[in-house]
Design a protein around this ligand. Structure first.
Ligand code: EPZ
Length: 430
């Protein structure tokens, strides 16, 4: 199992090009099931999770062609043979559950394994199921599978008890081909949900209100679009910008979007950073972050549904605040168990105390390198950037977490001056 070795590095500097958004690509790849002709997706990142979703579609009989270096994924949805997402694929990547809405939307039936929980929480799907039932879809949960019968489905009023990203995406994908009008209330407003809606609209779906809490959909009978480009990954961008702030360097993240990161950038500025935004054409921006002085403690950071501070940048922000002058409080309101990076950061010399869903981060003068083990994708990233400023060497184990969500991570960090390398395990002696 590979690991990544990070050494104390000089302040990062230079440009890093941001890749396509994993969390937009995954639901959009699933949504190609709704289309009646081949689709080419562009700006697709080269990630393990994308390969996993591709494998799932191929297991259903679709033909795909993933050009990793070019960042394109061609999908021909016309050859679906099995309307099932098996347990052994769904358990490896919970986003596989996003095929439920498209399958029942297009074929009026589906059999999809329930996703298990994961390190950051139980992550139930009750909101997904309640949303689909509001579209008159019959759902049975049997032997660990959701079996959907959409033969009588029709548009309706979907109210989400919580603005769940995945539930909004599944509901959207079922509704676009449901006869009549659907309204999704308390919808998630994340940019990735909006990108899915924009993809469906480009394919001919009738959708209004994406990006707001209320989305209106008028069902259609046919969807097709030749090609579509995925939005940039705001979490990848935030990760590199947090690393710039932590190391006291100046980094420009290119081909991303300031509007997706307003809460995060505001908190970076509260922590003593300067930000500069330059338009880069096509609705994209270059975002530069630098830190002229000490890291300032931030009284409170609260993770919230978009446009609030994103939970996927909580761990990276915590790594930054470990070296702040003063004490900061980080409150995690989205997931019930997303502080597992705390114990690892404390092993590196941080001083963090968890009380309920709040972490009290008392700034220290320095961190010390250590072998660390991460439990989820974003925690891994936080430990890696902490290693950039820790005295000595930090070995981030279980690097497969990082490969799920960060394209070419050691190349991109090396390009900014980081001392980082991927370490392959020594071959076992025969
Ligand atoms: C998406 O997960 C992202 N994943 C997550 O990113 C992200 O952290 C999350 O949204 C929140 O922004 C993808 O898009 C593939 P939710 P999702 O449904 O859709 C509870 C990463 O690192 N909930 O908005 O699963 C749930 O348990 C990943 O890239 C229910 O209780 O998130 C959680 O506490 C991690 N019942 C909260 O809502 C449900 O039916 C938010 O979950 C659904 C959700």
């Amino acid at each position: 199992m590979d690991s990544i070795l990070v050494e104390k590095s000089p302040p990062l500097s230079g440009e890093v090009r941001i890749s396509g958004a994993k969390n937009a690509a995954l639901p959009i790849i699933a949504a190609t099931l709704l289309c009646d002709s081949p689709v080419t997706l562009n700006n697709i990142p080269n990630l393990a999770d994308i390969s996993a979703m591709e494998r799932l579609l191929c297991s259903m009989g679709l033909e795909t062609r993933y050009e990793r270096e070019e960042g394109t994924l061609q999908i021909d949805p016309s050859r679906v043979r099995w309307l099932e997402a098996p347990y052994d694929l769904v358990r490896k990547m919970r986003a596989s559950f996003f095929v439920l809405g498209p399958l029942v939307g297009k074929y009026r039936e589906a059999k999809v394994s329930m996703p298990g929980g994961c390190a950051i929480g139980a992550r139930p799907v009750n909101i997904h199921l309640k949303a689909l039932e509001a579209l008159n879809i019959e759902l049975e949960v049997e032997h660990g599978y959701v079996v959907a019968d959409g033969s009588a489905m029709k548009g309706g009023r979907v109210h989400l008890d919580f603005p769940s990203v995945g539930a909004t995406e599944n509901a959207l994908c079922a509704a676009v081909r449901a006869p009549g009008e659907t309204v999704i209330e308390n919808a998630a407003r994340e940019p990735e949900v909006t990108d899915l809606a924009d993809f469906l609209a480009a394919a001919g779906a009738k959708i209004e209100g994406q990006g707001s809490s209320t989305i209106h959909i008028q069902g259609v009978d046919q969807l097709s679009v030749d090609s579509y480009a995925i939005i940039p990954d705001r979490i990848e961008a935030g990760t590199y910008l947090a690393a710039a702030a932590l190391t006291g360097g100046t980094v420009q993240a290119t081909h991303c979007r300031e509007k997706d990161l307003t809460a995060f950038l505001a908190d970076l500025e509260s922590a003593g950073c300067q930000t500069r935004i330059e338009p880069n054409g096509g609705g994209l921006d270059n975002i530069t972050v630098s830190r002229p002085g000490p890291i300032e403690a931030v009284s409170e950071i609260v993770t919230l549904p978009h446009p609030g501070f994103p939970t996927d940048l909580q761990a990276q922000m915590m790594a930054l605040l470990c070296l702040a002058e003063g004490t900061s409080i980080i409150k995690e309101t989205i997931f019930e168990n997303r502080f597992m990076h705390v114990s690892e950061l404390n092993r590196m010399g941080a001083d963090i105390r968890v009380e309920g869903n709040s972490a009290i981060v008392r700034g220290v003068d320095s961190l010390s390198g250590s072998p660390v083990m991460a439990s989820d994708l974003r925690a891994s990233a936080a430990l890696l950037i902490a290693g950039l400023v820790a005295e000595g060497k930090t070995e981030v184990l279980r690097v497969y977490h990082l490969d799920r969500g960060y394209e070419k991570i050691e190349e991109k960090f090396s390009g900014l001056g980081a001392r980082i390398e991927r370490v392959k395990p020594a071959p076992r002696s025969a």
